[in-house]
Design a protein around this ligand. Structure first.
Ligand SMILES: *Cc1c(COP(=O)(O)O)cnc(C)c1O
Length: 374
């Protein structure tokens, strides 16, 4: 018998319940208007997200994976090209590169921030390298200052995976506003989450945004005439209306996540556990609060016994997954990527977590880690 969960790892319903009246009104507005695809809600959401990010262009699409694929295609990435990214990420990052017909090249991460290590990029560069695709994992930005300089020096596109970094900043600039273009996911548990699948592409370049716009709907400029071979990756009006409500509360929600993280950090300070790090000049938005432990699976089971839900992001690096094993170009042994995969543990993290729940989790982590150390 497993005990019922006292604190779940994530609770997307809590974020909806907190804004139920606003969300209900937004949904009713769409239902009554009778326009369900690419209408005024999508247009307004695109404008509002662009203003939030500080970029001139945002294009709503059907998912984060599509956002990555369409960003890659709009940036001119095509078969024969190589894109440098990491294996410690959601598989979607690497899948999208292959969907664009290009070849992913995986490099190792920095274990403090779990993001792409720029020192590894030089070794991965080759005549076919066309783009760098850093992932701002767990809510903390990859080292964009260095990556921008590298991309400029080698004439590469710099594409940001912002699926976990809505609102995160580097030197006051939002992630999503620093590269050639950026992909966002609004999967329900992300910092900005819809009530289903949704995504968006952000870009400072009008031509890139225009290409995403045509690619997301059959290559159309006007109805029924395809100028390029496109696809259907439209954003629903319903999801856009919900996202407009959620976007209004994103900064407040991120601040709450920051409060939860601060409390975890102070309660777990002297446990010897590896804790999240924020680089100078960055704002971490704590999509996840990730600790590391050498006996991660035992710690996870002990927490489960105490009613605490946790998750592992991610247990198997992409280059070791059955679909990819042995056929991706990997630069170096990816020792830190594999170390992360076997030691990371995501503690419960969502804006509605109460301080008493955070204390309960921290107490359980302390007890369990202490018992494992004996
Ligand atoms: C969630 C996620 C994606 C994929 O987004 P979907 O909306 O699920 O397609 C891509 N990259 C990262 C880092 C993610 O966390």
């Amino acid at each position: 018998m497993t005990a019922p969960l006292i604190v779940p790892a994530a609770d997307p319903h809590a974020g909806v319940a907190a804004r139920r009246a606003e969300i209900d009104a937004a949904i009713a507005r769409v239902v009554d208007r009778g326009q369900y695809i690419l209408g005024p809600e999508v247009e307004a959401f695109e404008r509002e997200l662009a203003a939030y990010l500080g970029v001139p262009h945002v294009v709503g699409v059907a998912s984060g994976t599509d956002a990555l694929l369409l960003t890659l295609r709009a940036c001119g990435i095509s078969p024969g090209d190589e894109v440098i990214t990491v294996g410690h990420t959601a598989v979607a990052t690497v899948a999208a590169i292959e969907l664009a017909g290009a070849a992913p090249v995986l490099v190792d991460i920095d274990l403090a921030t779990f993001t792409l290590d720029p020192a590894e990029v030089e070794r991965a560069l080759g005549p076919r390298t066309r783009a760098l695709l850093p992932v701002h994992l767990y809510g903390h930005a990859a080292p964009m200052e260095v990556l921008r300089e590298l991309a400029a020096r080698h004439g590469l596109q710099l594409i940001e995976d912002c699926a976990q970094s809505h609102g995160a900043t580097v030197g006051g600039t939002k992630t999503g506003a620093m590269g050639s273009a950026a992909a966002f996911s609004f999967y329900p548990t992300k910092n900005l989450g819809a009530l289903g699948d949704a995504g968006a592409v952000a870009s400072r370049d009008a031509a890139t945004a225009a290409r995403v716009r045509e690619l997301r709907e059959y290559g159309w400029h006007e109805r029924y005439v395809s100028h390029v071979p496109g696809m259907n990756s439209r954003l629903d009006e319903l999801q856009a209306a919900v996202l407009r409500v959620k976007l209004c509360h994103l900064d407040e929600d991120n601040a709450r996540r920051g409060g939860v993280a601060e409390l975890y950090a102070s309660l777990l300070r002297d446990t010897g556990l590896a804790m999240p790090v924020t680089r100078a000049g960055c704002r971490h938005v704590y999509h996840q609060f990730v600790i590391r432990h050498p006996r991660r699976d035992a710690l996870r089971a002990a927490l489960r016994d105490r009613g605490i839900g946790t998750l592992v992001h991610y247990p198997v690096p992409v280059h070791l997954q059955p679909a990819y094993r042995g056929r991706l170009r990997v630069v170096g042994p990816l020792a830190r990527t594999e170390e992360a995969a076997s030691t990371v543990l995501s503690l419960p993290m969502y804006p509605e977590l109460e301080p008493a729940q955070v204390r309960r989790v921290a107490d359980a982590v302390r007890e369990a880690a202490h018992a494992l150390a004996r």
